[in-house]
Structures are given as structure tokens and as C-alpha cells.
Ligand binder design. Sequence first.
Ligand code: A2P
Length: 273
Amino acid sequence: TPVTEATAVKAATLPDAQTVTEVKHWTDRLFSFRVTRPQTLRFRSGEFVMIGLLGDNGKPLLRAYSIASPAWDDELEFYSIKVQDGPLTSRLQHIQPGDQIILRPKPVGTLVHDALLPGKRLWLFATGTGFAPFASLLREPQTYEDYDEVIVTHTCREVAELEYGRQLIDLIRKDEMLAELIGEGFADKIRYYPTTTREQSPKMGRITTLLEDGTAFRDLGIDGGITPETDRAMVCGSLAFNHDIKAILEEFGLREGANSEPAEFVVEKAFVG
Ligand code: A2P
């Protein structure tokens, strides 16, 4: 019938459409979802793409989102905040399996292994939804091939906001494919260091404070702190967080790297709003 045809045409002409396959709500402010992956999309674990929906004016409303799934995955995963009056996330939070979103297949970003010089210990520093690129990198075999130790810190206001990361790390530690690829011992390389700032939990405080006063090093049993000889870091959180942790890493003697000039740490702003 004409109606069905018109609907079909409309769906097919949505630019760069991908289909939602799964949605999980973690808190009233956080959700994750998976979509189909364009056949031609190649990316490096840790990169981001522009995704979104068609706006009321008929134009795409897009924001930068880190891909939370690894480069080898058939689907793409994203981890998002829900902002009730946010132009995109007020609507995106209601997507269901079978719905379509727009995904521009042009991955970019600095949180990639190529932007770091070889090292022994990799720190992944996240706040809030800044965990997303690390969800990708922690499922990437190269992470464990390149480093003896991978320390993941995640600071959130409340305990429930840690859950996406916590469950993911639990699953990764038991991942048989990763064990087969890089050896059973890979799980022992992961050190997980979650902290909360506004709700009671076993470890309270901002990671910045815990690094500055030495608590994090004592807790993790690291003598001598962070050094440019052995340590590499990736940072993803709010602007203020990125700024503060960059200053701390520079005090330890690490330099910021980029794809064109690899060094000891890299930084990216988490999607907000
Ligand atoms: P705090 O509760 O002390 O502000 P947000 O939800 O505002 O993005 O924050 C996520 C987490 O990041 C919160 O636990 C917050 O702590 C922490 N945070 C915010 N700004 C900074 C910063 N400049 N340095 C370290 N942690 C920060």
C-alpha cells in the first residue's frame, strides 16, 4: 500500500542509519545501547564517532560519542548520560531495539595506543561516562600485549554510576576469547580502582586528590608513583577533570601525546549534555 511504501522510503533515506539492537538503563541518568555496525566502518579501539537522531527541523542532531565496544566486535556499543532537557539525550534515552539512529562512519580520537610511546604500566583515568572509551580499550587484545599492568580508575558521584564499568570488568576478566588470544594471565594485569565522591563506598574521594596525597599509590602497592620511564596514561572525563589530571601527570614528568607525536599520556573530553 502507498502508506507502507512511504514509511519504508523514509526509513531507508535516514542518512547513515543504524539499527538499535539492545538498550540497558543503569540509573535514571545513565544508559548504554548497542547498534548494528556499518560493514565498511574500521576504527581503532578508543576512538569516537558522531551519532544522533533527526531533529524536529529534519536536520541531523549529532554529538561525539566514544565507541565503547572494541574494534573486533560485530556491533557498536555506546554509553550515555540522560539529560532531561538535553537536545539529543532527552530523546536518545527513549530508543528501543529496532529503532534507527544516525551514525557518521568517520572515527577519530586521541585515546588510541598509537598516540602513546611504549611503556610498562597503563593508567586509564575516567569520571562518569568517560569510562566509555576504556570499555573499548579494555576489550582490545593489544592493551594487554603492550602493557604488564592496566590500572583503571573510575570516579563517580554515586555507587550505582560505577555499575556499568564494574560489570564490564568482571566480564572481561572471565573472557575466554581474550584468554585464548593473549594467555590466561591477562586478567591479572587489570587493576580496578573505583571511587565515589557523594555516596559512601569502600573508597571515597576524587582520584586527583587520591593521587596527590599518595593514597592511590599506597592502595595499589605502587612504590615511586608515576614515572615517565614506565607509566602511560589515558584520560577521559569532564573538562575540569581533564585539566586537573593533566596538571598532575605533567608534574610527574609525563608529556601529552597525539597521533602525530606519541608521548606519555593522552586526553579526551567525555560527551556531556
Ligand atoms: P565531585 O562529586 O567531587 O564533583 P560529574 O558528574 O560532575 O561529571 O562528576 C563525575 C565525578 O567526577 C564526580 O565524582 C566528581 O566529583 C568528579 N570530578 C568532577 N570534577 C573533578 C575534577 N576537577 N577532578 C577530579 N574529579 C572531579
